[in-house]
Ligand binder design. Structure first.
Ligand code: CAA
Length: 383
């Protein structure tokens, strides 16, 4: 049976988050972007409406809205503002995800309730200055000394790791060399403020300017053995599995951002007059908007199907990569044409559409570039 209807709960969720985003996020988004400022009060408000721990069960303090519900929430935030959606997407899939999926009972007890209440944020420590697309090339190392792991190295471009709300980061580190000569990689939970771990905010970003992006430095940073996540040597697989889910939230940001830019353009085309008529009446613009609407429809169907597969516990890695890639590219085309329809005004911050144009670019790079998504897809094809 094929059924495209969302449940009543999912429709109510969409409405709730849409109203929240329009009421709380839209009025401050441009100013936070201009000031390149991460907002703790706004993040706390998002926590109050259950935006952290979206897919976590109620047992651990989550909102238990399932993956489709989570993706709808991210989509609705991104419809208004990319940075705000990024804080939530990174906080959930990349931050909470590894602890929820791979954490011990003890680790879950320690972290999940506080993370789900949004008192603190979790971060995903994978990328390093020399290990971006090649995520196995980590140099950060962890050595077991007595009953402590001692970490040395650094991470870069880490979301949610440096603000006053930063609570814990999952760090991939080299723990040995495997019999096949490859690095043995393991993950560790490093609480913010652990001696030897310093965090530095990164500024001067093109996009997502009001999300918290930073560098982490580990200098003889000691964590107890109990902070190893899952089994020693499972780190890379944990990171890859986390990214399979995370890519769905990046896709949701593409879909939501494209929807937002499209609505701005549609609205403008129905108000702006040139040559004595509304510019939406010109086929040049009407066709652009028709193409946007078509691509949004295709993107939404692909993404929701990927989330549905995940909820059904079926393989979803390939469709997740496809959705991330496709939604990012749809957002690029929509944002570009949305600025074009706005003409000169589209270049001005006051019209907001330029922020969508800038925020879009991250989606072709973060959580695996478009090229990496094509590698993932082609490997699934057996190539
Ligand atoms: N799930 C589980 N295991 C997986 C897996 C997956 N999705 N993908 C690979 N693995 C396993 C493989 O089975 C293999 O296992 P064995 O060791 O048992 O053989 C192991 O991992 C190594 O696999 P590969 O040899 O295929 O790995 P690779 O080095 O060729 O890399 C890659 C594969 C897909 C290119 C990967 O490196 C990758 O995804 N790179 C991109 C990294 C990325 O997305 N970074 C984003 C960081 S987060 C971020 O960006 C945050 C932000 O913007 C907000």
């Amino acid at each position: 049976m094929l059924n495209y209807d969302l449940t009543d709960e999912q429709n109510i969720l969409r409405q709730t988050i849409r109203e929240f985003a329009e009421r709380e996020v839209a009025p401050v988004a441009r100013e936070l972007d201009e000031r390149e400022e991460f907002s703790v009060p706004l993040t706390r408000k998002m926590a109050e409406v259950g935006l952290f721990g979206c897919f976590v069960s109620e047992e651990w303090g989550g909102s238990s809205m399932g993956y489709v519900g989570y993706i709808i929430a991210v989509e609705e935030l991104a419809r208004v503002d990319g940075s705000t959606a990024a804080t939530v997407a990174a906080g959930n899939s990349l931050g909470i995800g590894p602890i929820y999926y791979f954490g011990s009972e003890e680790q879950k007890k320690r972290w999940l309730p506080r993370l789900c209440r949004g008192e603190i944020l979790a971060a995903f420590g994978l990328t390093e200055p020399d290990a971006g697309s090649d995520a196995q090339a980590s140099r950060t190392a962890a050595v077991l000394r007595g009953d402590e792991w001692v970490l040395n190295g650094s991470k870069i471009f880490i979301t949610n790791a440096t603000s006053a709300m930063a609570g814990v980061v999952t760090v991939q580190a080299v723990t040995d060399v495997r019999p096949d000569g490859r690095k043995e990689l393991s993950c560790f939970l490093v609480p913010a403020g652990t001696p030897g771990c310093t965090a530095k905010a990164m500024h001067g970003k093109l996009m997502w300017r009001s999300s918290d992006t930073g560098e982490l430095f580990f200098e003889d940073c000691k964590v107890p053995q109990a902070n190893l996540l899952g089994q020693r040597g499972d780190g890379f697989k944990q990171m890859m599995q986390t990214l399979d889910g995370g890519r769905l939230s990046i896709a949701a940001m593409g879909l939501g951002g494209a929807q937002g830019a499209y609505e701005l353009a549609l609205n403008y085309a129905q108000q702006r007059k040139q040559f004595g008529m509304l510019i939406g009446k010109f086929q040049a613009n009407a066709f652009k908007l028709a193409t946007m609407a078509m691509e949004l429809e295709a993107a939404r169907n692909m993404l929701y199907k990927a989330c549905w597969l995940r909820e059904q516990h079926r393989p979803f890695g390939m469709v997740a990569a496809m959705s991330k890639l496709y939604c990012s590219e749809v957002f690029k085309r929509v944002a570009t044409e949305a600025v074009q329809i706005h003409g000169g005004y589209g270049l001005m911050k006051e019209y907001n559409v330029e922020r969508f144009f800038r925020d879009q670019k991250l989606l072709e790079i973060g959580e695996g570039t478009s090229e990496i998504q094509r590698i993932v897809i082609s490997r699934h094809l057996g190539l």
